[in-house]
Write a protein that binds this ligand. Structure first.
Ligand code: SF4
Length: 355
């Protein structure tokens, strides 16, 4: 798939090969400023890049200035139908709008919203959901990927005719296959950045697996510029899941890659109990190094060759390798300290080389 265009949302570039941003949505009553700001602070603290806030009525729109003042990350107003709420949100200073132009109503109203978005330099996300497609498309094509893309094309056409191109599109269904097919089909026809996710995926059990597979499959085929994991529950869990997906695909910069063997009957040294502490400490180093912890000599030395740092269990000792070279053999009591000392040393030397 070719590269998408780049749009900017509150200073964050989306598309065009820029880092993939993670989004979530607040689940508080937007009219309740304290509760919403409290949740936003937790969301930002979890490493979220962009947050969406539902704006269902005028009171919610009136709460936006106070929310935006404390948000700490770009905020997108989620509007359904009511153009006045879109205008009020833009006036309040939101960084993005999620509204489908085809649902706004008369041409005059669409024009007004688009002009205000243009003035404010705010992008618009068109959100197509398989569950709420236009009636004529449903009758003619059913809730298919092709119908979803057709729906997106209509909304895009409206914005393009008004000379508006800061567009981002999402095509979501509650099942993985349709979502992935729709996003792929869209990418064949358009180069607008895509916000991807599985909508109404469910809970942290199977819902999370659906999101991981759907988002992962798309990202692997080069589709997706910003992601949202949708789950019933705490939005912080959605952010963490989103970041884990990016991490599993090596799409997060400046984080370690951690490899550890599952252990088995060949285990020469009980490394399993040290894996959590080593992983947590290596994480704190915040450097893009690959660390492997292996239980025996069957796969250990092989992984050690590919890792920046590896710990490999042996009879009564553990061997530490730095870039494939054996640098220490340590006893259990000193294992963690020594390993971390060598890890810090490695990270320091990487930093010095960059200076
Ligand atoms: Fe088993 Fe050794 Fe492989 Fe770990 S590295 S799973 S202990 S064979």
């Amino acid at each position: 798939m070719g590269s998408t265009r780049t749009i900017r949302l509150g200073g964050i570039p989306i598309g065009g090969g820029n880092p993939i941003s993670v989004q979530t949505m607040t689940k508080t009553d937007t009219r309740d400023v304290d509760a919403t700001v409290g949740q936003l602070v937790r969301i930002a603290g979890a490493g979220c890049d962009i947050v969406r806030v539902a704006v269902p009525d005028e009171e919610a729109a009136a709460a936006l200035p106070a929310i935006l003042a404390e948000a700490g990350l770009p905020v997108v107003a989620d509007i359904h139908f009511d153009y006045r709420l879109a205008l009020a949100s833009l006036k309040a200073g939101v960084h993005g709008l999620r509204i489908n132009p085809g649902n706004i109503g008369s041409e005059d109203r669409i024009r007004e919203v688009v002009a205000a978005a243009k003035d404010a330099n705010v992008p618009i996300r068109i959100g197509v959901n398989a569950g709420s497609l236009e009636k004529d498309l449903l009758e003619r094509m059913g809730a298919t990927p092709a119908a979803m893309v057709e729906s997106a094309a209509r909304h895009i056409g409206i914005l393009e005719r008004l000379g508006f191109s800061a567009i981002k599109v999402s095509l979501k269904a509650s099942d993985v296959k349709r979502t992935v097919a729709a996003c792929r089909l869209f990418a064949e026809r358009f180069d607008y950045p895509q916000h991807i996710g599985i909508t109404e995926a469910g809970t942290a059990g199977i819902g999370l697996v659906k999101s991981e597979i759907g988002i992962g499959a798309l990202l692997l085929s080069g589709i997706g510029d910003t992601i949202r994991v949708s789950m019933t529950g705490d939005p912080v869990d959605e952010v963490n899941a989103g970041r884990r997906i990016l991490r599993a695909l090596d799409l997060l910069p400046d984080v370690p890659r951690f490899i550890s063997c599952p252990t088995c009957g060949r285990l020469a040294f009980d490394i399993a109990k040290y894996v959590p502490v080593i992983e947590a400490e290596v994480e704190k180093l915040g450097a893009p190094i690959t660390v492997a912890v292996m239980g025996c000599a069957v796969n250990g030395p092989g992984e050690a060759r590919e890792a920046d740092l590896a710990l490999c269990g042996g009879p009564g000792y553990a061997a530490i390798y730095r870039r494939g070279e054996l640098v220490a053999k340590v006893r259990e009591a000193e294992l963690v300290d020594r390993f971390l000392e060598i890890a810090r040393d490695l990270v320091r030397s990487l930093g010095e080389r960059e200076d």
